[in-house]
Design a protein around this ligand. Structure first.
Ligand code: NAD
Length: 355
C-alpha cells in the first residue's frame, strides 16, 4: 500500500503525524509512507502551493493522507500562490468529486456538543459535499476595475448536469447503505444553477424509489441542522453549502477536531483529511485534537483499501480512549484528563496495541 502523506501547514503537521503513527501500528509493513510538500510550506520551499513532485506523488500513490493548508494573510496574496490552491488543484485534477463528511457523536462527548443532549444523543449523519464544481472553480472570476473606477469582484456558480448527476448517484447509493433518507440542499428559489441542481437530483431520484428524497433551501437546512439534527441521514450539497454545513455539524459532535473526511472519485484512490484547517491560533502548542486526522486514517482504510476490520479497530480505539476519560483541550469536560496532541496519539496507539 503506497500512501502519500501531505501534512501541509500549522496543526496539519501535528495531527497528521499522529494519524501516520496509528496507520503504522495497524498496518505494520503492509504500507509505505512518502511525505510531500503542499500549501505554505511548498510555496516557501518550491515557489508554488502544489509542486510537480507532490502532484506526481499523489498520482502514483493509492491514497493521500492530508493535513491542512493555509495561514494568516493568505487571502491578500496573489491567487496562484495561495496555499489553498494546492488542495483545490489536487481535488480537481484527481477527480475526487465526492467528499464524505460523517458527523458522528461519540456518546462520551455528548456533554461537549453545542446542543442539548436530548437533541443530539445518537447523532450519526453523513454530509456529502460535491467537491469539483460550484463557485470554487467557476469562470469568470477575479477582481477588476469597473466603469466607475471602483473595483468589483466576480465569482461564478456553475454546475453541469453530468456533475450534478454523478454526485446525486453517490448520495442515493450512500443513503441506500444507511437509513435510506437523502436530503438535497440548494438555493433553487434564487439561483438558476441551484434550480438545475434540484431538478437534476429529483430526476436521478426516480432511479432510487426506495430512498426518500427531500429538498431544502440552504438557509432552512442550516436551521434544521441546528434545531433537530437527527432528522437527517445523508445530506447532499453543492461545494460551498456543503463546506459551511459540515462546519456547523462539527459543533454538534463536540469540536471540529472530531470531524474526519474522505474525498473520492470513480476509482479507489482517495484523499483523507480532517475537516478543520491549519488553526494558526493553536499551532506549535501541542494542544490540537488529532482525532479527526486519526478517524480520517480509518476512512482511508475503509474507502481506498476495503480494510473494514482495521478501520473499525481504529474507531473502537478512539472510542475506548474517550471512554477512559482522555480529552484534548477542545473537548475537555469536568472530570476528564487533558492530554496534548502527542499524548492523545500515544493513547490511541496503546489502545490499538491492546486490541
Ligand atoms: P480552522 O479550522 O483552522 O480553525 C477554526 C477554529 O477551530 C480555531 O479556533 C482552531 O483553533 C479550532 N480548531 C481547528 N482544528 C482544531 C483541532 N484539531 N483541535 C482543536 N481545535 C481546533 O479554521 P480557520 O481558523 O477559519 O482557518 C485557519 C486557516 O486554515 C486558514 O488559512 C484557512 O484558509 C485554512 N483552512 C484550511 C482547510 C484545509 O486545508 N482543508 C480547511 C479550512 C481552513
Amino acid at each position: 500500500m503506497q500512501i502519500a502523506v501531505l501534512p501541509g501547514d500549522g496543526i496539519g503537521k501535528e495531527v497528521t503525524a499522529q494519524a501516520v503513527r496509528v496507520l503504522q501500528t495497524v498496518l505494520g509493513k503492509d504500507a509505505e509512507f512518502t511525505e510531500g510538500l503542499i500549501g505554505r510550506a511548498a510555496v516557501k520551499a518550491a515557489g508554488k502551493p502544489l509542486p510537480d513532485e507532490t502532484f506526481e506523488l499523489a498520482k502514483r500513490c493509492d491514497a493521500i493522507l492530508f493535513g491542512a493548508v493555509g495561514g494568516p494573510g493568505d487571502e491578500s496574496g496573489p491567487r496562484n500562490l495561495r496555499p489553498g490552491l494546492g488542495l483545490l488543484t489536487l481535488r480537481r485534477e484527481l477527480k475526487l468529486y465526492a467528499n464524505f463528511r460523517p458527523a458522528f457523536l461519540f456518546p462520551e462527548l455528548i456533554g461537549a456538543s453545542s446542543l442539548k443532549p436530548e437533541l443530539v444523543e445518537g447523532l450519526d449523519l453523513m454530509i456529502l459535499r460535491e467537491l469539483n464544481g460550484d463557485i470554487y472553480y467557476g469562470e469568470p472570476r477575479g477582481i477588476s476595475v469597473g466603469a466607475d473606477g471602483r473595483r468589483q469582484g466576480v465569482n461564478t456558480m456553475r454546475y453541469s448536469e453530468p456533475e450534478i448527476e454523478r454526485i446525486a448517484h453517490t448520495g442515493f447509493k450512500a443513503a441506500r447503505k444507511r437509513k435510506k433518507k437523502l436530503c438535497s440542499v440548494d438555493k433553487a428559489n434564487v439561483l438558476e444553477t441551484m434550480q438545475l441542481w434540484r431538478e437534476t437530483v429529483a430526476t436521478v431520484g426516480k432511479q432510487y424509489p426506495d430512498v426518500e428524497l427531500r429538498h431544502l433551501f440552504v438557509d432552512a437546512a442550516c436551521m434544521e441542522l441546528l434545531r433537530s439534527p437527527r432528522q437527517f441521514d445523508v445530506i447532499v450539497a453543492p461545494n460551498m453549502f456543503g463546506d459551511i454545513l459540515s462546519d456547523a455539524a462539527a459543533m454538534l459532535t463536540g469540536s471540529i477536531g472530531m470531524l474526519p473526511s474522505a474525498s473520492v472519485g470513480e476509482g479507489s484512490k482517495g484523499l483523507y483529511e480532517p475537516v478543520h484547517g491549519s488553526a494558526p491560533d493553536i499551532e506549535g502548542r501541542n494542544i490540537a485534537n488529532p482525532l479527526a486526522a486519526i478517524l480520517s486514517a480509518a476512512m482511508l482504510l475503509r474507502f481506498s483499501f476495503s480494510r473494514e476490520n482495521e478501520a473499525a479497530t481504529i474507531e473502537r480505539a478512539v472510542r475506548s480512549v474517550l471512554a477512559a476519560g482522555y480529552r484534548t483541550a477542545d473537548i475537555l469536560q469536568p472530570g476528564t484528563k487533558n492530554l496534548g496532541t502527542t499524548a492523545m496519539g500515544d493513547a490511541v496507539v496503546a489502545a490499538l496495541q491492546r486490541a
